[in-house]
Design a protein around this ligand. Structure first.
Ligand code: HEC
Length: 440
């Protein structure tokens, strides 16, 4: 009897995945990596533009450099957005209840992403296209970029807070909104590591961008040489790697243990090694001979690519480990529920059809059919419990029949009970007999 066992709601039945799980996971990891590299370039490029444009107030060469980098931001931003769709869809399909629970818990700020992203993108376009027209109003022009950088710095924090929160269902009961989710132990170390990665990737991008044979560095700049720009790029990478190593270590020591396994820890160590390797060769580059400045470029790029792949894979592995116990529990519950609803489907409300031969059979059936959705025997449901009815109408079955036929409005904290004018006098007799047979 579905109604009797306080109807279970089909809330956890997962839909069938549209693709095999391994394919969705693979897509998630690789599409996310592609996405995040362009996010790195967008954010790192914006920070670098802002910094060099401010320096450009004194030294025109930096202003020119800022202009060159600024031209790439909007392109990288578009790539980042397009490549962000696939991982978002994969995570929706693979981790539906986790992702949406986290979304709901950080609701207002989560939705804020949309207007903030729009504003930030418009600001970068405004900044790019007003370069010449605001030539004489540099400070205002710089503040446009500063506003965009501010937004670009904030938006990843929302994403990170959300994907972090989704891994910890045990925290959902105590987290009320974005700010409380933000201060979970894992968020800030991961955020600063991400900022480091933005600088690392952007620095290498600057070197690669200026290294191109057909890129006329000599025509664009008056005093900057290719060497100066390479040095600048490697310098940015060096700072980025330093941040990554520092905050990576903090992540290692603060990450909640529940997703950690031998697998995750080994890969963590491997990512650490690739970072230190890249750090070492960047340092060698910065302190080495000018003529050989590009000597280790490929080495550094490869180690960063290896780092990214390991890191991306490990991120997924941790998430998988962290959620596995909860998913297992949920699968068991879902199975139980599916069994229950399957039974209900095969044997729909039969008890009512099959006439009960006990003393109050008819009255009980009528009650189950008409009243049990609102009344239980001993507890309050929508209306008062049956025991309360007995107390009131013990010696007054006629009064009870009258109420059922046309109920009044009595209790201020209850809704109005619907009337049952269609029940025959005989039905009402049976009902009353049954109700009054209940022991107080
Ligand atoms: C949609 C919900 C709903 C259904 C269905 C319903 N009731 Fe009620 N019932 C209520 C509510 C709500 C109250 C309390 C109303 C009030 O106090 O104003 C109530 C109150 C009562 C009372 C208390 C009357 C009193 O004097 O205090 C009785 C007896 C009762 N219902 C019997 C029945 C019976 C018998 C049926 C089925 C034929 C039934 N109810 C079906 C909601 C429902």
């Amino acid at each position: 009897m579905l109604l009797k066992i306080s109807t279970p709601l089909p809330k956890d039945i997962p839909l069938e995945l549209p693709l095999p799980e391994w394919l969705l996971v693979g897509l998630l990891v690789f599409a996310f990596l592609a996405h995040i590299v362009f996010i790195n370039l967008m954010l790192g490029g914006s920070i670098l533009t802002l910094w060099s444009q401010i320096k450009g107030l004194k030294n025109k060469e930096y202003d020119t450099f800022a202009h060159e980098i600024a031209k790439t931001i909007t392109v990288n931003k578009s790539m980042a957005v397009v490549l962000g769709v696939a991982p978002l869809l994969c995570i929706n399909a693979l981790y539906t209840i986790y992702f949406y629970s986290a979304n709901a818990l950080t609701g207002f700020v989560w939705i804020l992403i949309i207007p903030l992203v729009i504003i930030a993108f418009l600001l970068t376009y405004l900044h790019k296209f007003s370069w010449e027209s605001m030539e004489n109003n540099k400070r205002l022009h710089i503040s446009i970029m500063a506003a965009a950088v501010g937004l670009f710095l904030f938006i990843p924090l929302i994403f990170l807070t959300n994907v972090n929160l989704m891994m910890f269902p045990e925290k959902w009961g105590t987290v009320h909104g974005f700010l409380e989710a933000l201060v979970l132990p894992n968020v800030f170390p991961r955020y600063f590591e991400f900022l480091g990665a933005c600088l690392t990737v952007t620095g290498l991008f600057v070197v690669g961008y200026n290294k191109r044979k057909n890129y006329p560095v000599e025509e664009i700049y008056t005093s900057f040489t290719r060497f100066d720009i390479y040095k600048l790029g490697f310098g940015v990478t060096f700072i980025g790697l330093g941040l990554q190593i520092l905050f990576g270590l903090i992540v290692v020591f603060t990450i909640p243990a529940k997703g950690l396994g031998f697998d995750v820890i080994s890969i963590m160590i491997a990512t650490g090694i690739t970072l230190i390797y890249a750090f070492y060769w960047t340092w060698k580059t910065l302190t080495g001979e000018q003529a050989q400045i590009l000597q280790f470029f490929t080495k550094i790029v490869i180690s960063i690519v290896v780092f990214l792949v390991l890191y991306g894979g490990n991120r997924q592995l941790y998430r998988h480990n962290a959620l596995a116990p909860h998913q297992k529990l949920m699968a068991a519950k879902t199975k139980e529920f599916q069994k229950l609803s399957e039974e209900a489907r095969l044997h729909p409300v039969v008890e009512v059809e099959v006439a009960d031969t006990s003393e109050f059979g008819k009255g009980k059936d009528l009650f189950t059919k008409n009243c049990s959705s609102c009344h239980k025997e001993k507890e309050k449901l929508v209306g008062p419990p049956m025991t309360e009815m007995v107390s009131i109408y013990e010696n007054n079955p006629e009064g009870l029949k009258k109420w059922i036929n046309s109920p009044g409005k009595k209790r201020p904290d209850y809704p109005q009970m619907p009337s049952f004018g269609s029940l025959s006098n005989e039905d009402l007799d049976e009902l009353a007999k049954y109700i009054l047979s209940i022991k107080k």
